[in-house]
Design a protein around this ligand. Structure first.
Ligand code: GDP
Ligand code: MG
Length: 234
């Protein structure tokens, strides 16, 4: 009988240690608190996101405010939306055309030293079909938009107003936007230039950039500018 009490105490101690180690492991791996969980927690009622792909949590530097902004990445199929977000988040370009099925969410923190802010952009890369109802539901509660056309195909430029109308119909208001004329590296095939982009952007109070996901031209600049504009709301 005397022997049983210490044995019982040893068993309880081992069980408590095992439970503690298990809880610590779960906290470190962030089980149950993926970016998608964070996003839907931040946006009650938002449609569930797929897990966001991008660097894991980066703490903001001391004295910096930190927030997340949901960004809609829209434009016709094949204009380079997926390539632009891959260039921005992963820093590389892939020549293959991988048709985006549904919506991918990618995230990247952007540091704005002047504003002393770190904005984590949650970029929702939409499938390029305007008539797909899921595209509209995924625009829900976007706080900014990147509208992309392909400078070698003028129909992708002409459809910009329809994309923006769809976004504004879903949101009920205008959000900060940047307009991108992508594939600027294909200079000889280019049909859309600076003046057309400038004109279109001015219609929506947006800014514009000629970009290339292939060379990286203006990609970082465009996303950083949008992050800045979402902060000011303009
Ligand atoms: P999405 O349908 O809008 O997501 O377009 P993708 O990102 O899948 O790109 C469609 C095709 O255009 C792919 O073959 C890409 O490699 C190519 N592409 C995308 N961006 C550029 C670019 O800046 N320059 C060139 N030359 N090709 C690009
Ligand atoms: Mg795509």
């Amino acid at each position: 009988m005397d022997l049983h009490i210490p044995l019982l105490l040893v068993i309880i101690a081992v069980a408590a240690l095992a439970a503690g180690a298990w809880a610590l492991r779960n906290r470190r791996s962030g089980a149950g608190r993926g970016p998608a969980a964070e996003l839907s927690a931040a946006r009650p009622g938002a449609p569930p996101a797929e897990p966001a792909d991008g660097p894991s949590f980066v703490p903001a530097p001391p004295g910096f405010s930190a927030c997340q902004k949901k960004i809609a990445l829209i434009g016709d199929g094949g204009v380079g939306k997926t390539s632009l977000v891959n260039r921005f988040v992963k820093g590389h370009f892939d020549d293959r055309y991988i048709h985006t099925i549904g919506t991918n969410v990618k995230k990247k923190p952007v540091l704005l030293p002047e504003e002393k802010a770190e904005i984590t952009l949650m970029v929702w890369d939409m499938q390029g079909q305007r008539n797909d109802p899921t595209v509209m539901t995924h625009m829900f509660r976007s706080e900014g938009a990147i509208v992309v056309c392909d400078v070698t195909r003028d129909q992708t430029f002409n459809s910009i107003p329809e994309w923006i109308a769809l976004l504004e119909k879903e949101l009920g208001h205008r959000v900060p936007m940047v307009l991108l004329g992508n594939k600027a590296d294909l200079e000889e095939q280019s049909l859309i230039g600076q003046s057309q982009l400038q004109y279109m952007a001015s219609r929506y109070g947006a800014s514009w950039h000629l970009t290339s996901a292939k060379t990286g031209q203006n990609v970082e600049e465009a996303f950083t500018e949008l992050a800045r504009r979402t902060l000011s709301g303009k």
